[in-house]
Design a binder for this molecule. Structure first.
Ligand code: AVI
Length: 324
């Protein structure tokens, strides 16, 4: 019988690089860098949720509207009794749109680096979707993760549909994005991928989205240093750094930096790092694609790009890619 405990599988944990390892290695490089995946501790995730509500940050509401508007078509493409595998369990609001529209969905497998967040996700969904198998996987989806097949209903293997919303693909350099798409394709066992991709547009609009008037993106960026102070005993002065997020039109990406406002040094667990006045620490790239350039990349990664949905202003796109 499908009791709620039996259908909630235990978290599987896959080890990855730690924040400390990334930080110590990144601060001896020139230019200095910190990987953007470390933005998302509890405080960073809360700040990111605030970013998603900002008037300047059009991405989230545009993608939500596309998912809502096309949920029926998406569900038909995913097929019946699907297992939805989400790469990075982000906003439950998005996957709920899919679960509500899907034809008798079988399972939801969220992959995320935060085990605590996954437990919360699973608890919330278990109450609302009593027939759904839930199997959280704690791990870094940028590493190849082997996810065993679930025996589906009628003892057939359940077909998988990957879900990678929010244009997180844009936070990878094009080569890494390609490699990631290939890897996702491998973990989908022949299933399709629903992916949100932010589009190239007016640079003024892009600049505003990463330089909001309320300063939330600046706090989100500086949270990397706040986190290092809390978790690793570092002595960063976040006010000694400025948030800087220019749009690099030639490379079609917004770049984020923390720029040292003066000459200073920082200590992390006995190691010292010197910063010159004006020295940048690179913290994020957010690549923008055209519909065509993204479909081309997906095809090179072994997908067959099928449906694509966009809004009237062509701000954002949602793609359904089938495995070849
Ligand atoms: C998660 N990711 C797609 C966001 C983006 O737009 O690149 C992260 C972000 N950085 C600043 N604002 C939002």
């Amino acid at each position: 019988m499908d009791t709620s405990l039996a259908r909630i599988q235990p978290c599987t944990a896959v080890p990855g690089e730690s924040f400390a390892e990334n930080l110590l290695a990144g601060l001896v490089r020139t230019p200095k860098e910190i990987a953007c995946k470390y933005f998302y501790d509890a405080a960073g995730s809360r700040l990111f949720e605030q970013i998603c509500e900002l008037p300047e940050y059009y991405q989230t509401r545009t993608e939500m509207a596309l998912l809502n508007r096309h949920a029926g078509e998406i569900a038909a493409l995913m097929g019946e009794s699907v297992e939805i595998l989400e790469f990075g369990a982000g906003s439950l609001r998005k996957v709920r749109i899919l679960l509500d529209a899907a034809q008798n969905p079988y399972a939801y497998t969220p992959l995320d680096i935060s085990g605590d967040y996954l437990q919360e996700v699973v608890r919330t969904l278990a109450a609302d979707y009593p027939a759904l198998v839930l199997r959280p996987v704690v791990g870094d989806f940028t590493c190849l993760l082997e996810i065993p097949d679930l025996p589906g209903r009628n003892s057939k293997i359940s077909r998988r549909a990957g879900f990678f919303p929010g244009s997180t693909i844009g936070n990878f350099k094009p080569d890494a994005a390609m490699a990631l798409l290939r890897q996702m394709r491998a973990s989908l066992n022949g299933g399709g991928l629903l992916i949100g991709v932010d589009l190239v547009k007016d640079p003024v609009r892009l600049h505003a989205a990463y330089n909001d008037a309320a300063g939330i993106t600046a706090l989100f960026n500086k949270n990397l240093m706040v986190r290092a102070n809390h978790e690793l005993g570092a002595d960063f002065d976040p006010d000694g750094f400025a948030h800087y997020a220019p749009y690099n039109a030639g490379a079609h990406r917004v770049e984020m930096y923390l720029v040292s406002l003066r000459r200073q040094s920082v200590t992390i667990g006995g190691a010292h790092f010197d910063f010159a006045a004006g020295e940048p620490v690179h913290t994020e790239d957010s690549h923008k694609y055209t519909i065509e350039s993204f479909r081309e990349m997906a095809a090179r990664a072994g997908f067959n790009p099928r449906a694509v949905w966009t809004d009237e202003e062509r701000l954002f796109s949602v793609h359904w890619l089938e495995s070849r």
